[in-house]
Ligand binder design. Structure first.
Ligand SMILES: [Fe+2]
Ligand SMILES: [Fe+2]
Length: 358
């Protein structure tokens, strides 16, 4: 599966809704594409910016060392996150929270940099969400700054740049948590195979299911680092916070995504058939077949991936665990059988081996 198949229109709608500015530059830093929100944020027009460089925004108030560190970071292919005191066209200053993801090193992609300029309203909204989550575990709201923010991710845009920017989107999503890097892409590839095996694409949209699988954990942008990156088992209270991610992801995407399958996957990928899942405690007949398949693919990839607090489970053992779950009536047997068949045919082994980082 290529991320190039993520629909540009879908991503565009997300970006329009969440009010973040996107600037795409080539490797020399020359601006190639600017999303409309940048104009409102900076006061510059498209004509001002295309062909110029992000130096246009410099205020002289940020130390050169900060720019050097930024440049060195993104040239290695890593993601840079930080705040710069920038200047608008009218001379006024603003604190510009940026995430710059690079596509350097992505096989088959023309390299570029994608800079995400965050709008304060979006940040405030997410901070409130994180604050509610933090409050439930009695942690200080001040730590929310480290909960990182936002939709550092939901990138951008023009059709000719969809592939690069979609890769950057996924990379930025996973930048916070190296142990889950590659998870969304692997799950999406498995989902496509399992749903094909089950004949689900006759009824449901392949594209919407693929997008939902890639972005299913997007709500984790609202989970504090202290929980998301914890090197050990979560406490009950922390687990309750982690369980908010499907609903947060749904909230984020529901403003933009019109695909029912995408939204259902994001919201319901942790539902179980016996009503013990979350966030809605749905029961079997309320869970669409592709969401049942999603649970199986998601669980399989999670089990066969290494975590900080445990080694990876073998594929055979993971299938055996899933089979027991299905026999117990907690998950659907059909996608487990499909996954098992694909594994034994050797179709899944390449996906499982995919690198954890893009
Ligand atoms: Fe999840
Ligand atoms: Fe997941």
């Amino acid at each position: 599966m290529q991320c190039s198949t993520l629909p540009a229109e879908f991503l565009s709608r997300i970006v329009d809704e969440i009010d973040i500015g996107i600037i795409v530059t080539d490797l020399d830093g020359t601006i190639q594409t600017v999303s409309p929100k940048v104009f409102g944020l900076t006061g510059y027009s498209e004509r001002d910016l295309i062909g110029s460089t992000p130096r246009t925004f410099r205020s002289g108030q940020t130390p050169d060392a900060a720019y050097r560190e930024l440049w060195q970071t993104i040239r290695t292919g890593a993601t840079w996150k930080g705040a710069l005191l920038n200047r608008r066209k009218d001379g006024t200053m603003f604190l510009d929270r940026e995430t710059i993801a690079s596509t350097i090193g992505l096989k088959g992609n023309k390299a570029c940099f994608v800079a995400i300029h965050r709008n304060a309203d979006v940040e405030l909204d997410l901070r409130l969400k994180v604050a509610r989550a933090e409050a439930t575990v009695g942690e200080k709201v001040g730590e929310i700054d480290n909960a990182k923010s936002t939709i550092k991710t939901l990138v951008t845009l023009t059709s000719q740049q969809t592939e690069n920017t979609a890769h950057a989107l996924i990379s930025a999503l996973e930048a916070r948590d190296p142990y889950t890097a590659g998870h969304g892409r692997r799950v999406a590839m498995m989902m496509e195979l399992v749903c094909d095996e089950l004949g689900l694409f006759v009824t449901y949209s392949r594209q919407a299911i693929r997008v939902g699988a890639i972005l299913h954990d997007i709500g984790k942008v609202g989970i504090p680092d202290s929980i998301l990156l914890k090197q050990g088992k979560l406490t009950d209270a922390e687990y309750e916070v982690m369980k908010t991610h499907p609903a947060v992801g749904f909230d984020i995407l529901s403003h933009a995504a019109k695909f029912e399958e995408t939204l259902r996957i994001v919201r319901h990928h942790h539902e179980r058939l016996d009503g013990t899942g979350y966030p809605d405690g749905l029961r079997g007949h309320e869970v669409p077949d592709y969401v049942k398949a999603m649970f199986v693919c998601d669980s399989f990839d999670a089990m066969t991936s290494t975590r900080p607090y445990r080694p990876a489970t073998s594929a055979e053992d993971a299938i055996s665990i899933l089979t027991d779950e299905a026999l117990g009536g907690r998950i659907d047997m059909s996608p487990v059988k499909a996954l098992k068949k694909l594994w034994h045919n050797g179709v899944l082994s390449d996906i499982v081996k995919l690198p954890v980082a893009a």
